[in-house]
Write a protein that binds this ligand. Structure first.
Ligand SMILES: [Zn+2]
Length: 201
């Protein structure tokens, strides 16, 4: 299903409206869900999110990554999800450009590695002043590679105030977030959807 919604683009503020593409499907273990993508034709901004049919409760997921096989574990990361690699002290919070994705643990680690690679390259351009950043980035990248080779153990945590994210493995731990935790988390851009209060106005 495709439609246009009367919302300005959050990035370029185009008033042409955003395209909304909605489709429902089934993800093994995650269940029936709706995938929604917002697109701005003016600047190319895209925003994808996954809304499960059930289990929408602010929650955290955690998985200990200790062997190579764990790289294949499926991960559903919605745009409201904060991702942490605990042992490396790394965290990605949902920003304005946060987008949902379905991947696996390896894909999550690669996204961190790509982000560190961008910081590393700009530090190299800084020359002398970037030296501390360069060595910090190189250390993180080598630790990420040890994790990918199953030579170092880490815990990956998803924190999602909207409850749309999940680590799809029988050993993954899942717990409810406290009100305090919920209020300290970013939720990123939300797809504006009419709720019943809009209809009664
Ligand atoms: Zn735009």
């Amino acid at each position: 299903m495709e439609s246009t919604i009367d919302q300005n683009c959050p990035i370029c503020h185009s008033e042409a409206g955003l395209k909304l593409i909605v489709h429902s499907s089934e993800i093994p273990y995650f269940g029936e869900h709706t995938e929604m993508t917002l697109v701005c034709d003016s600047c190319g901004w895209r925003h994808t999110d996954f809304i499960p049919a059930e289990g929408k409760k602010a929650s955290a997921w955690s998985m200990k990554i200790s062997e190579r096989d764990h790289l294949n574990i499926r991960v559903v990361r919605s745009s409201s999800c904060t991702v942490r690699i605990v042992e490396l002290g790394l965290e990605v919070e949902p920003g304005d450009n946060a987008t949902g994705y379905i991947s696996n643990i390896e894909g999550v680690l690669n996204r961190f590695e790509d982000a560190i690679g961008i910081i590393l390259r700009s530090a190299i351009l800084e020359g002398e002043e970037g030296i501390d950043t360069i060595s910090a980035c190189q250390e993180l990248i080598s630790k990420l590679n040890l994790i990918k080779n199953g030579e170092e153990v880490t815990e990956i945590v998803l924190l999602d105030p909207m409850g749309h994210s999940q680590i799809l493995h029988e050993n993954a731990k899942n717990w409810d977030l406290s009100d305090e935790e919920i209020s300290s988390l970013e939720v990123g851009p939300q797809i504006p959807i009419m709720d019943s209060s809009d209809l009664t106005e």
